[in-house]
Design a protein around this ligand. Structure first.
Ligand code: DX5
Ligand code: ZN
Length: 221
């Protein structure tokens, strides 16, 4: 099944002094999802925002709120993020005690679930959960900061995941996060990804460029 390409701007690269406006502008410019990078200074070496920020930002856009948790522990924050308005919650399997249980909680609120693979984690780590999840988020940088260089080594992993999904006829999105730009977007999509997270590439140049930035990423197909 051919999936539509979606762009998920990471607001980590936006102007934090006017997050609401930034989210409205990037939504109007054609963003499909709004990607929230939630960092705790413990699982990753940086801090960003919590559920309250997501809650206050919810009114600035009707787009899918794609929440990427880079926190440990995860479980006690699930319901706060769901109540704040998250539509998709992705977590790193190594941050929870029982992956099945965490998936179940998110699903019980009828939200989509994603599992995230850091660059050093093999794809088979998440294969046991494939029939329970909606999305696989392949990290193409070590998470913590925006503006890092895309790791080409992750393309093979995307291909392998894509093959597996096709073989098993599963309806799972493949999202890629980290260093995505117009020079590598085509290769990433050819490898099988259908959702591109992009911070720097979407927000560069300021609001006049958002539409063009998003179109350029989609067009590189
Ligand atoms: C990395 C984050 C990414 C990041 C992407 O820790 O998970 O979502 O913000 O930013 P760019 O596109 O600038 O690499
Ligand atoms: Zn992310």
């Amino acid at each position: 099944m051919k999936k539509k390409i979606k762009i998920a701007p990471s607001i980590l690269a936006s102007n934090f002094s006017s997050l609401g406006e930034e989210i409205t502008n990037i939504s109007k410019a054609g963003a499909d999802y709004i990607h929230f990078d939630i960092m705790d200074g413990h699982f990753v070496p940086n801090l960003t925002f919590g559920p309250d920020t997501v809650k206050y930002l919810r009114k600035y856009s009707k787009k899918t709120f794609d929440v990427h948790l880079m926190i440990k522990p995860v479980d006690k924050f699930l319901i706060p993020f769901i109540k704040a308005g998250a539509d998709i919650i992705s977590f790193h399997p190594e941050t929870v005690k029982n992956v099945d249980k965490t998936i179940k909680v998110i699903k019980s609120y009828k939200k989509k679930v994603g599992l995230v693979l850091n660059p050093n984690i093999k794809e088979n780590k998440i294969f046991p959960y494939l029939n329970k999840i909606d999305l696989i988020l392949v990290m193409s940088v070590y998470p913590g900061f925006g503006g890092q260089k895309f790791m080409k080594s992750q393309l093979k992993k995307i291909e392998k995941i894509n093959e597996k999904i096709k073989k098993e006829k599963l309806n799972i999105d493949i999202e890629v996060d980290g260093g995505v730009n117009i020079s590598n977007a085509k290769k990433i999509m050819q490898a099988g990804a259908n959702i591109l997270v992009a911070g720097t590439a979407c927000f560069k140049g300021g609001k006049k460029f958002y539409k063009k930035n998003i179109l350029n990423l989609k067009k590189s197909k």
